[in-house]
Design a protein. Structure first.
Length: 369
């Protein structure tokens, strides 16, 4: 069947990780992918951009499999992460809205999608029949040779005739449990103080991925090193990139410096919980504000609780800390999610004097050690 053509092409191209969010039109492919490749099941498509970026930086060769409407969710991440750092990302997009489409809501975004991709300079190829699928190698080689996102727009006609898919579900069990965390203590640090703790704690082999804006500038000012991946854009992608690195490099410790604003907008925590990477720690620096945009209060300031969000997402170990000593102890215990309560405030750390290519290249050399 035509799905087997796709599996064969992916294998021949050396693909070793798939980030996937299903579409009704390619459900047989979605069911078959885990039989041949490691698959990360996404909750939202833009998290796949970050996960694939981290995996590539760590030496893997990922691909995404999504519904084409998800490209709308991904555009900012594709342009501010994949394009800015010149990171390859082949995307197999089940193209909705153009072929016997029964759902009117699929048409407005998806029908003009080639023109949207043209505007952003994202290369693509349209696949209209099963015979075309042998040419998927052009999308994958094009993405990796040119270090760019490259989209395969795959019409539903490629999967005709559709075969039924039987899904075998394991028992779904959730034993009764009580989730508890200590209340909020009085913060004794600002973000720069916490970042200094992480920077000083990291050993020679530890990877640090830092969130956009001021946090990355503060990490650079605290302790620059090749093992730091500084984000210059891509809101909400820090933990996704860190997860990709952790998946690619299970022998390395990965610490993500993320923030309350970014984490509240992301769907990556349940994905990280399902991946279960014991080498990944997310340090959630919670000052209750959007620090890089002027310290406006975020929903975490008075209502949302990041620690309970992590517990509810299924993260195996969660701690709440208020001091430098508590943060070091949580890092010593390899706690997977450390909710760090902070006072608001930015330092006057200068801009990072490194280009995206310099950040990428030295980080990738570090990952190869």
């Amino acid at each position: 069947m035509n799905e087997e053509i796709v599996l064969r092409v992916l294998a021949e191209q050396g693909i070793d990780l798939v980030a996937s969010l299903p579409c009704d039109k390619n459900k047989r492919l979605t069911a078959l992918l885990p039989t041949k490749f490691p698959v990360i099941d996404l909750a939202r498509e833009e998290d796949g951009v970050g996960i694939c970026a981290g995996a590539y930086l760590g030496g893997r060769r990922p691909v995404m499999s999504i519904q084409s409407s998800g490209l709308g969710n991904m555009l900012n991440a594709l342009m501010s992460l994949s394009r800015v750092y010149d990171l390859p990302l082949p995307i197999l997009a089940s193209w909705r809205g153009v072929y016997h489409e029964a759902i009117c809501a699929q048409v407005p975004f998806n029908e003009p999608l080639p023109r949207v991709l043209d505007v952003y300079g994202i290369p693509y190829r349209i696949f209209s029949s099963g015979d075309d699928l042998i040419h998927l190698d052009e999308v994958i080689t094009g993405a990796y040779a040119n270090r760019t996102p490259y989209v395969a727009l795959i019409k539903p006609s490629c999967w005709e005739p559709q075969e039924p898919v039987e899904i075998v579900y394991p028992p779904r069990e959730s034993p009764a449990r009580t989730l508890s965390l200590p209340g909020y203590g009085k913060p004794t640090m600002k973000r720069l103080d916490a970042i200094r703790v992480v920077a000083e704690y990291a050993d020679a082999d530890t990877i640090i991925v830092s969130n956009i804006g001021v946090p990355s500038k503060e990490l650079y000012a605290s302790k620059d090193r090749a093992g730091n991946f500084y984000m210059l854009g891509s809101y909400m992608q820090a933990s996704a990139i860190g997860l990709g690195c952790a998946l690619a490099l299970p022998h390395k410790r990965v610490i993500v410096i993320d923030g309350d604003g970014s984490l509240l907008g992301s769907a990556v925590l349940p994905v990280a919980a399902a991946a279960g990477c014991s080498n990944l720690t997310i340090a959630a620096l919670d000052n209750g504000t959007f620090g890089s945009t002027g310290n406006q209060m975020s929903p975490a300031y008075a209502t949302a609780d990041l620690g309970f969000l992590a517990l509810g997402a299924g993260i195996a170990s969660v701690e709440r800390v208020c001091s430098a000593d508590e943060l070091r102890e949580a890092l010593d215990r390899r706690t997977q999610f450390v909710h760090v309560l902070l006072s608001p405030g930015n330092s006057a750390s200068p801009n990072i004097p490194l280009s995206p290519a310099e950040i990428r290249d030295r980080f990738m050399l570090f990952c190869k050690k």
